[in-house]
Design a binder for this molecule. Structure first.
Ligand code: GLN
Length: 522
């Protein structure tokens, strides 16, 4: 069963259809992985009962020849900021620690309708505010790569240089690597084989960042292509449900299931989505790939720079044209994002008042005190400071100087991308993150805001422009950790984006981890 857990979704679907694997056995194995990998703290809730029930329903459909498609019987996980009816949905905050929604987010409803089996709800930074999955009410999450849990894993067959990459970090259990964030739990769930795909959310990089650090494919679709209904909002004008998988084809299967207009989210695009499959092999000759000079930050590690250059060269050797381009407003993206983020956070968080649902402080003498105590107990420092800053920016006398100005800068950033596409560039290639995964100790030596400016540097402009972007794992660093790159495309060009991502995936053959059979024995 162990190897089955890391097969491509299509292959697993075929095995289920052929009766070679029973969904209930698959769910049992996936749930076992959640136990073996528990020290990584990927899950806020493991939905074991629900998974068993859903898997039995898949078993039944298989027996009756009524399977619903490639995802029927396939274990998945969902970040704990998407509502799932009758299951805790906490946003990793005390504020919602006991919140059980009465409805499903549209994305989960679609996965359920395709027969996918929910293994659990995954850990995140409180309300998705962060980039390390270190600020969770339920404790930080750890990266599988370089952790003590990795001793339960082998590299898969096509990776032959095992001895070079024996990670020295394995022994240093006191100084583990972060998984990235804020969708770190989802990334760990997929990388460990607890599930085949997971939902993240992405407002400034929260799907692509952990994908980059955990060696996964992390897709942020075009804004409005995938419904936000039931995704607890962070920055409504930037939030997009994200997809984390081990392969590009798996991401395509997920996107085909999730995309499309939703009457429950007025910001979804009205045009119906046409599912696609990727050609293999793709001919990339003549493709024009831009490399933006502003992303050549002095903070890029030397390893990441050469990783970027090597992949550019591979593309060029296969006939693509690599073109230097400029996105001149990149440097304003971080500060512009933080103003917009904080303004929208201030307004989104107003609903948590201790009255209707969520945490309530009991010791109070007045309504004002109830609000104040509830909110100071329920939120962590990061959330509280963003609310304060946002309310300051939104004061009548500050509104023009901050919010309106940030909106103007945002359109300049989006226009930079438009200009590049207009000049005939098909895609952009950049790093996703500046380095491989930082250690927890290094990461928390900087505050949340400073870390966001480092972690989101390469990812966040795509949110500003609403364009699709994907992180692809390339190779291992000297520390034995994943190094990744990002591709960005014009709006709604997911097929082109993922086609080239798949081309890169096929060429670089990133090493994959497979759980050892003996680790799954009872
Ligand atoms: N790191 C960014 C923040 O904390 C982005 C988070 C996200 O994409 N959800 O706001």
């Amino acid at each position: 069963m162990n190897n089955v857990l890391t097969l491509p979704i299509r292959t697993v679907g075929q095995k289920i259809a052929a009766g070679e694997i029973r969904p209930s056995e698959l769910a049992k194995a996936a749930l076992k992985v959640t136990l073996v990998t528990k020290p990584l703290n990927a899950f806020v809730t493991v939905t074991a009962k629900l998974a068993e029930q859903q898997a039995l329903e898949s078993d039944e459909r298989q027996r009756k020849n009524g399977l619903l498609g490639s995802l029927d019987g396939v274990p998945i996980a969902v970040k704990d900021n998407f509502c799932v009816a009758d299951q805790p949905t906490t946003c990793a905050s005390l504020m919602l620690a006991n919140f059980v929604p009465g409805y499903d987010a549209t994305v989960y409803k679609k996965l359920k309708a395709s027969g996918a089996v929910l293994i659990g709800k995954t850990n995140l930074d409180q309300f998705a505010m962060g980039s390390g999955t270190v600020d969770s009410y339920f404790g930080p999450s750890k990266n599988l790569w370089g952790s003590e849990v990795m001793k339960n894993y082998d590299f898969d067959d096509y990776f032959h240089n095992k001895e070079i990459y024996c990670p020295e970090a394995l022994s240093k259990t006191d100084n583990w690597n972060i998984a990235g964030g804020s969708s770190g739990g989802s990334a760990i769930a997929v990388s460990t084989g607890s599930c085949f795909a997971a939902l993240g959310s992405d407002s400034g990089g929260s799907t692509r960042n952990p994908a980059s650090y955990c060696g996964l494919v992390g897709l942020k679709p075009t804004y409005g292509l995938v419904s936000r209904n039931g995704l607890i909002p962070l920055v409504n004008s930037l939030d997009v449900p994200g997809i984390l998988t081990r392969t590009v084809d798996d991401a395509v299967i997920m996107l085909n299931t999730l995309a499309g207009p939703d009457p429950l989210d007025s910001t979804t695009l009205k045009k119906p989505f046409t599912p696609f499959e990727l050609p293999s092999p793709l001919d990339i000759s003549g493709l024009r790939i831009g490399v933006p000079k502003e992303y050549k930050s002095s903070s890029l590690t030397e390893e990441m720079s050469s990783n970027w250059a090597e992949v550019s060269q591979l593309l060029e050797e296969a006939g693509a044209r690599i073109l230097p381009v400029s996105l001149p407003h990149t440097e304003y993206s971080i500060v512009c994002y933080s103003v917009l983020n904080q303004c929208e956070v201030a307004s989104n968080m107003a609903r948590y008042d201790g009255l209707e649902y969520g945490h309530r402080a009991y010791e109070n003498t007045s309504v004002e005190e109830l609000y104040a105590k509830t909110r100071s107990e329920g939120f962590n420092d990061v959330v509280r400071s963003r609310i304060l800053a946002g309310n300051y920016f939104l004061l009548a006398e500050n509104y023009e100087d901050y919010f309106v100005r940030a909106m103007k800068v945002r359109s300049l950033i989006a226009q930079d991308f438009e200009n590049v596409w207009q000049s005939g560039v098909d895609l952009l290639l950049t790093p996703t993150t500046l380095s491989d995964a930082p250690t927890y100790r290094d990461f928390i030596s900087e505050d949340n805001q400073t870390q966001c400016s480092v972690q989101d540097f390469c990812t966040q402009p795509a949110n500003m422009a609403g364009i699709p972007a994907v992180s692809i794992p390339i190779k291992l660093s000297r520390r034995g950790l994943p190094l990744s790159l990002q591709l960005m495309a014009p709006k709604l060009c997911e097929e082109r984006l993922l086609g080239v991502a798949k081309w890169i995936e096929d060429v670089v053959k990133f090493p994959r981890l497979v759980i050892k059979e003996e680790s799954l024995r009872d």
